[in-house]
Design a binder for this molecule. Sequence first.
Ligand code: GLN
Length: 202
Amino acid sequence: SGPIGVLALQGDVREHRSILERLGAEVRLVRSPDDVAAINGLVIPGGESSVIDKLARVFGVREPLRTAIGAGLPVYGTCAGLILLADEVLDGIVGQVSFGGLDVSVRRNAFGSQADSFETELMVPVIGAPPMHAVFIRAPVVERVGPGVETIAMLSDGRVVAVRQGNILGSSFHPEMTNDGRFHRLFLDNVDRSQYQGTVAG
Ligand code: GLN
């Protein structure tokens, strides 16, 4: 299926790389516009979204990524990656922007200091049994879901923690930190089915 990119500016790049390679993908770390042009799919890791945003602008990959995502590049974002895919970020730092593409509003650090991180078993119907062991670390929550967006996982209190819209997949939690490749498999299936032809550099 061609190289799968992992945005490698900050965050848990290594964990995504190893789970993707375990699933048979050829991984290319993405740090330049040339890297963006070479990939058929992209994972945006967990980490700190405001830092990844800043570095993406410094490295000149923000605009190429926005163009590629707009052209249908299959993408999967975990935690900070989900924040970077959201059209609207609530509680971002001053000046923080996202790549966008996903018609949702996401609140950063939505669980507050009383529950900075926690783990839970999460049923994800599109993935099936058994439930995912979901790791949340200063995680965001999806507070608004646009009409074209499908909610694919919720906490027991109804808060939305995983969504998809076309070729864009996002989760508040980190499957790359457990040994569960099912979310990445879903993403790689999107890559296999995708009509994405890349973007032509101007
Ligand atoms: N709180 C982080 C942010 O705003 C996300 C945390 C994570 O990716 N585990 O980017």
